[in-house]
Design a protein around this ligand. Structure first.
Ligand code: 5GP
Ligand code: MG
Length: 171
């Protein structure tokens, strides 16, 4: 596999779109009410850092490790920190990419048992052609084709998370 050498989504387009998504999140949140942001590591680290900086409300942030179900991740055992109570919270899950949807569907089902006031889902990227479960993100920055995309937090075998733009790897 090697980097395509082409830019799928530029740094500038990401910056602009993240700002728009932050506005949409804020518009749907009661003024002054706190928001509990649950960012899934490692893929969402850059998106989350940029998104929360654009949010006007008081944010409670938990960054929790959650590999995809395919990579052995177990959403039912997600380690929520004690200072991040889920019950009654206005939860925003922040994830890098929605692919089959298995990981986020399992996480959502688990979090519902903890009785948050509501759960919204913000993803940087959405690959709708790959969906296997009935799950639509409340916020998605970009739709992408069925390629292995990397950069802006997303990896290929641990590499390329640092790229400030999004590209893909080729066989
Ligand atoms: P799902 O359970 O939706 O199939 O898995 C989603 C997870 O798989 C994402 O959080 C991400 O970790 C990984 N994934 C799916 N597609 C891609 C991709 O194109 N590039 C990268 N880097 N990760 C992906
Ligand atoms: Mg992920």
């Amino acid at each position: 596999m090697k980097l395509s050498g082409k830019t799928l989504i530029s740094e500038k387009d990401i910056r602009k779109r993240v700002r728009q998504i932050a506005k949409a999140v804020a518009a749907g949140t009661p003024r002054g009410a706190p928001l509990s942001v649950l960012a899934l590591m490692d893929g969402a680290f850059m998106f989350c850092a940029d998104l929360v900086r654009q949010l006007p409300m008081p944010v409670r942030l938990a960054m929790v490790p959650l590999p995809s179900v395919r990579r052995g991740g177990a959403p039912a055992r997600i380690p929520l920190p004690p200072e991040f109570p889920a019950r009654g919270a206005d939860l925003l899950i922040v994830e890098d990419i929605l692919d089959s949807g298995q990981t986020l569907a399992a996480l959502r089902d688990h979090l519902r048992l903890l009785e948050p006031a509501r759960i919204r889902l913000a993803v940087l990227l959405d690959k709708p052609v790959r969906r296997e479960v009935d799950l639509t993100p409340d916020f998605a920055c970009f739709q992408v084709p069925d390629r292995w995309v990397v950069g802006y937090g997303l990896d290929w075998r641990g590499l390329y998370r640092n790229l400030p733009y999004i590209t893909w790897v080729e066989p």
